[in-house]
Ligand binder design. Structure first.
Ligand code: PNW
Length: 479
């Protein structure tokens, strides 16, 4: 229900950044090469039943060897930025102490290749692949891991800081803590809510200490990427103006505090929300939150990285037990959205993105916004040399319309990065879920530009959406 008129170009602001993202473990492969140490994902992938079809990231997209070809494809797509993550255990095999220069060499080659192609490197320091040696000392439940992260951030910046201007500390602390330590469906596969809350706090602390280090090292822009979801009642999914009942509004507020404000308030205001503290205290105590931590966590950042996929839909549900993924949600029903879904089963709700961006603008003014992930998995079929992924193009187009609408209404949105540049290792789903603009044949490692990639290139070239919806590229453009 975008207000944007059809038959007219929707221009984005000058300097708007267009890009795509990946993460080290999801694309690199080469897990034993050039001195890389094991990460918690290497270990987790060997746990029977943990990953669909027993897949691992051992080879993934073989990006470690094919990075130069992959950068050429980014160049062909006219990307202005590429967000990648650095594998901590490539740089420090044990997560502390000894540095592995060959690991840094890889990122230096990648960054130089990107700069050569005119694609700005956005380096994320932590996208879930904790060195196993640190997990053996307690992982993110141990406060020391945050300090080790700060050391590691300095090591990477010392090598790349003259070329990388935009740095991201941690990716999605909620997912990392909850799926990894709370419900155990991600590495390290632990199942303790007390651990999850401690992990969550230490990930935020790592972010704050990282900001301090990166600023000290002259970083131009520092950001964190947070998975965010507007929390809506079922009725609001299709009619955002609908007023919820007081009971439903209370359910919405409690879930919003847990999934969004638990991260936004510490980072952007230097405080935990009042609504979350009693839940943390009941589950984990508050002993892990020390004086001064929130001042560290709340250090100013330049941009907030927003990862948006789907809204969270709830209503009051007297008698409901807490949702296993959200402690403290007794009496709330998680209904899901009534909307078409992607291949991961996530409802497609583009208006959720405009609502989210406008809410951030209203509640957290003064920080620029960057969509660091948005995208969708679909069951793509290859036809000869083509991948006709019209559903992905429609997904991206509808979300860009929503983003444009938010900008028109005052959101300070600086850019948009598609998740993902290429099909890759989708964590617990293995290779079964394809999010890429590039199709990857995991037997031959051949890459194909999907129709959505060609469509995205047109968006980038015009710095906006052209009049027709879901325009398919012509064969000449593909050649
Ligand atoms: C993000 N959830 O993960 C990650 O940053 C990517 O590495 C990942 O490939 C992508 O989204 C697609 O899944 C998420 O359960 C995983 O709400 C799970 C959730 C959200 C984001």
């Amino acid at each position: 229900t975008s207000a944007a008129p059809r038959g007219q170009t929707l221009a984005f602001p000058d300097g708007f950044v267009w890009g795509a993202a990946t993460a080290a473990y999801q694309v690199e492969g080469a897990v034993k090469e050039d001195g890389r140490g094991p990460s918690i994902w290497d270990t987790f992938c060997r746990t029977p039943g943990a990953i669909a079809d027993g897949h691992t990231g051992d080879t993934a997209c073989d990006h470690y060897h094919r990075y130069a070809d992959d950068v050429r494809l980014m160049d062909r797509l006219d990307l202005s930025v590429y967000r990648f993550s650095v594998s901590w255990s490539r740089v420090q095999p044990d997560g502390h102490g000894r540095v592995n220069p060959a690991g840094l060499d890889f990122y230096e080659r990648l960054v130089d290749e990107l700069l050569e192609a005119g694609v700005a490197p956005y380096a994320a320091l932590y996208h879930w692949d904790l060195p196993q040696a640190l997990e053996d000392r307690g992982g993110w439940t141990d406060r020391d891991t945050a300090y080790r992260f700060a050391d590691y951030a300095k090591i990477v910046q010392d090598r790349l800081g003259d070329r990388v201007r935009t740095w991201m500390t941690v990716n999605e602390p909620w997912v990392s803590a909850t799926l990894g330590y709370g419900i155990g469906v991600h590495a390290p596969g632990r199942t303790s809510w007390a651990d999850a809350f401690r992990a969550s706090h230490h990930l935020l602390l790592a972010h704050g200490l990282g900001v301090q280090v990166l600023r000290g090292g002259g970083a131009h822009e520092v950001t964190i990427s947070v998975n965010l979801a507007p929390v809506l009642t079922p009725g609001q999914v299709n009619d955002p103006s609908l007023e919820p009942s007081p009971e439903d509004a209370d359910a919405v507020d409690r879930v919003d505090a847990l999934i969004n404000r638990q991260f936004l308030d510490p980072v952007l205001r230097g405080e935990y929300p009042e609504r979350v503290l009693p839940i943390i205290e009941r589950v984990a105590g508050l002993g892990h939150i020390r004086d001064g931590d929130l001042a560290d966590i709340g250090r100013p950042i330049d941009l907030l990285g927003v990862n948006y996929y789907t809204p969270c839909v709830v209503r009051s549900g007297p008698g409901e037990p807490a949702n296993p993924a959200y402690p403290g949600t007794e009496g709330i029903e998680f209904t899901g959205a009534y909307a078409p879904t992607t291949a991961t089963g996530w409802p497609i709700v583009p208006t959720g993105l405009s609502q989210l961006l406008l809410r951030l603008t209203r509640d957290y003014p003064g920080v620029g916004l960057l969509v660091t992930e948005n995208g969708a998995a679909f069951d793509d079929a290859v036809t000869g040399e083509r991948v006709h992924d019209a559903d992905r193009t429609a997904f991206l187009e509808s979300h860009l319309r929503a983003a444009h609408e938010a900008i028109e209404a005052g959101a300070d949105l600086r850019g948009y990065l598609v998740w993902s540049l290429m099909d890759n290792f989708e964590w617990a789903e293995g290779y079964s879920k394809r999010f890429g603009l590039l199709h990857v044949d995991f037997d031959t490692q051949r890459r194909l530009l999907k129709d959505s990639a060609l469509w995205y290139r047109e968006v980038i070239r015009h710095n906006g959406l052209r009049s027709e919806r879901t325009r398919r590229p012509t064969l000449e453009e593909v050649a």
